[in-house]
Design a protein around this ligand. Structure first.
Ligand code: PLP
Length: 459
């Protein structure tokens, strides 16, 4: 294999000396508006755009629009550009590979980068012992592979998934998704055999008033209610769970949750699938969020940050579980050479530097947001790990009435001031910047967020 990025280059980051944020013209400016109207005619209206950002270029944590406005990016393309936009080492690896060959179907032939990346993923995912990797093109497709593998391995028909969980929008993944009804409306019948159970969303759970003596009601209900009434445990192939719910509102469960869940799975010969599409690849300050609770999943799904923006996903399982014959599952583009090369560099950069940065700066942002909670009546809860942080906005801290309109206003006004944020759940503002974000950039984002909250609270 060609020698990869040198020591010197592998610690640099894509930067810009330009001032960020910088608003030249209220967005969307004239150039952006022209493309917005063409987009409206040409693209599916099902996409979920929340503000009119038309991108010209992006570097590090800076995104520039067509009218010359520069934004500070706290979305990272929905937790994708782990190493920042167009990291020079990632760009160089893609360019070099593109000159060699762009595509050879990995399902038919062999190439070193695909083997190297599978070896790397088998090494960095939690759990000792031999593992195997199946490459996909997206998170949803990684979930589909996990779903099929669980049924194949166990010969059992049923699946358990969680309310609030998001696993993608293809038919199998959508059947497991329990996040928003708009994602499922008019698509029935979905894949049969999926039962949704409550997640440990203590912030919204009435039993949590007695936590920890609620004795993890949400986990016990699986044993005491579902397994005794509607779901025979011996028919369940797998439980699929996000270590921290992302789209559902950055919900961090209490420490007992995942170990208890894993134990239930083990007791009944059920596979435990950790959907780490959003939480994986250093996002939470550990390479995989399952590590926070010392849980070793039987199957892990990966996507988003894996290749710094080149579409890729992966399903990793113990070799014993991923034991299916040729032809059982395959695809044309999975493990594409450009994506493999980008992912190999991404893993190096995350391991070397960005994982520590995610833990350090993430901890700092979390603390600052918690301090902010004391000053803002709209903030109901602040939670997260590493650089996966959510701020829940409520109309009343006692009733926890969701401040949906206010949340949307906050996200929109931050955009107008040059800070890119996204929502999650119904009333959560999500902070998921690239893992290379600096303290200075974090301070700028916090300042804008604070200013916008103050303005909205004054109305
Ligand atoms: C936990 C989780 N699983 C699966 C998916 C689906 O990934 P993709 O959008 O790449 O299909 C997502 C996307 O947000 C996700 O957050």
């Amino acid at each position: 294999m060609a020698k990869r990025a040198s020591k010197k280059t592998s610690t640099r980051r894509a930067t810009t000396s330009a001032k960020v944020p910088f608003i030249r013209v209220a967005p969307p400016g004239p150039k952006a508006r022209a493309w917005l109207s063409r987009d409206e005619q040409a693209l599916s209206p099902s996409l979920t755009r929340v503000y009119p950002l038309v991108v010209e270029e992006a570097r590090g944590a800076m995104v520039q629009d067509l009218d010359g406005n520069r934004f500070l990016d706290f979305t990272a393309g929905i937790a994708v550009v782990a190493t920042g936009h167009s990291h020079p080492d990632v760009v160089a690896a893609i360019q070099k590979q593109a000159k060699r060959f762009i595509h050879i179907a990995g399902t038919d032939y062999y190439y070193p980068a695909q083997v190297q990346l599978a070896e790397a993923l088998n090494r960095i995912t939690p759990g000792k012992g031999p593992k195997r990797t199946f490459f996909t093109n997206s998170g949803a497709e990684a979930v589909e592979a996990a779903f099929k593998l669980a049924r194949y391995k166990t010969r059992r028909p049923l699946m358990l998934a969680f309310y609030g969980g998001f696993h993608g929008r293809t038919m199998g993944a959508l059947s497991l998704t329990g996040s928003k009804v708009s994602q499922r409306r008019h698509f029935a019948p979905l894949v049969p055999g999926v039962t949704h159970v409550p997640y440990a969303n203590c912030y919204r759970c009435p039993y949590s008033l007695t936590y920890p003596s609620c004795k993890m009601h949400c986990v016990n209900v699986i044993k005491e209610v579902y397994f005794k009434t509607t779901v025979p445990p011996e028919d369940v192939a797998a439980i699929i769970v996000e270590p921290i719910q992302g789209e559902g509102g950055i919900v961090v469960p209490p420490p007992e949750f995942h170990p208890l869940l894993k134990q239930i799975a083990k007791d009944h010969g059920i596979l435990y699938i950790a959907d780490e599409v959003q939480t994986g690849m250093g996002r939470t300050g550990r390479m995989f969020a399952s590590e926070h609770w010392g849980v070793q999943p039987d199957i892990i799904t990966i996507g988003k940050g894996i290749a710094s923006g080149v579409p890729m996903g992966a399903t990793v399982a113990s070799a014993d579980v991923m034991d299916w014959p040729g032809g059982a599952h395959a695809n044309t583009f999975g493990g594409n050479p450009l994506a493999c090369e980008a992912a190999l560099v991404t893993i190096k950069l995350i391991e070397k530097k960005f994982i520590t940065n995610a833990a350090r700066i993430g901890g700092y942002i979390l603390e600052e947001l918690k301090k902010m909670q004391a000053r803002h009546r709209l903030i109901g809860d602040v939670r997260g790990k590493g650089l996966m942080i959510g701020v829940e906005l409520v109309r009343d801290p006692l009733t926890k009435d969701e401040a949906v309109r206010e949340r949307n206003d906050v996200v929109h006004r931050c955009f107008e001031k040059g800070l890119l944020l996204l929502g999650a759940g119904h009333c959560v503002v999500r902070f998921i910047p690239p893992l290379m974000i600096t303290k200075q950039e974090a301070d700028t984002a916090l300042e804008i967020f604070n200013e916008v909250l103050t303005e909205i609270e004054q109305h």
